[in-house]
Design a protein around this ligand. Sequence first.
Ligand code: GDP
Ligand code: MN
Length: 387
Amino acid sequence: MKIHEYQAKELFKKYGVPIPEGRVAFSPDEAVGIAKSLAEYPVVVKAQIHAGGRGKGGGVKLAQSESEVQSVADQMIGMELVTHQTGPQGRRVTKVLVEQGLNIEKELYLSIIPDRSIAKIVVMASEAGGMDIEEVAAETPEKIVKVPVNPLQGIQAYHCREVAFGLNLPPAAIKSFVAMLKNLYRLFVDNDCSLVEINPLVITAEETVIALDAKINFDDNALFRHKDIAEYRDPDEEDPLEVEASKYNLNYINLDGNVGNMVNGAGLAMATMDLIKQAGAEPANFLDVGGGASAEMVENGFKIILSDPNVKGILINIFGGILRCDVLAEGVVKAAQKTNISFPVVVRMEGTNIEEGRRILAESGLQLTTAVDLKDAAQKVAEIVQA
Ligand code: GDP
Ligand code: MN
């Protein structure tokens, strides 16, 4: 799960990682109120969306006065911000972070991530931080230091010193940096993070280190033990169909193509998507209804596929094991009766209670195309969407 910069900074504060003073605003008036309480100009107004590259996209602006804060916030809130991470359609901005502007001496990069290949937690840092870090990584990777930490041992002073030297920190900043890095590591482990990133971490004119940006991702599978973190979830940032699907415990991912597909089992779903592509079409979604799906889950899954306006054909590929073919057929028929489907649905079904499943589908009066095998099914659905 991703969270916003302002939420990540709240966590930073709790863990003693220095951040600029500031608060989140949902309206221009609120933004002005916060700017007033910050005492000094410039202040920085930052769009809060779950995507990076805001600086280059116009989502980070300095304001020198109350009226500038008003106009910048007015322009940002409600805009569709396009960055290299949002895709061309952009993301709607509904809130901004208003912060004290800092006197930046130097912009550094610092992150913590798990590296599964070596089973360690890696601290990455670069003195060439800021908005072009992707280029640094691609063209001058030697400017990035990586310090692996054994999770059983935890972060030690020597790890921190290695990172500090790699960053070429001014001696006056080393002590506070080491304390900050230890706190950041504690935050990472305590909260089952999958990424903590500060870009830029700045050295101010006063030679202190402070996190100007903050990005944290969490391991979804550990969220059950972090109720406070789970509350940071912002459904506005998620695909509405995916939010709907998660209510029914369906594994659904919206994609760009036009072949909707409903499959049981993630492996079979991946194979089905491959075959759809091989047949020359593009999947509109990934949907694993799961091994033990009920007729109701199938019905909800089918409805979600149908509410995607890009879908021009549907392939149902089920191997009935724990999910029996008759249960699946029942769910499909119920969903189809409640919605207008303007195209044939291709069904490839095998396994437990197959005869009963076929009978339910045949007697339903639905416009169905049956397939002899998976390849045949993929070709049939590709023909439908290409017609
Ligand atoms: P991102 O582009 O989405 O990663 O947003 P950041 O929070 O990293 O901001 C982008 C850039 O805006 C930073 O690299 C800084 O150069 C600049 N910036 C952000 N806050 C301040 C500030 O307080 N003062 C100044 N002078 N520049 C800032
Ligand atoms: Mn940044």
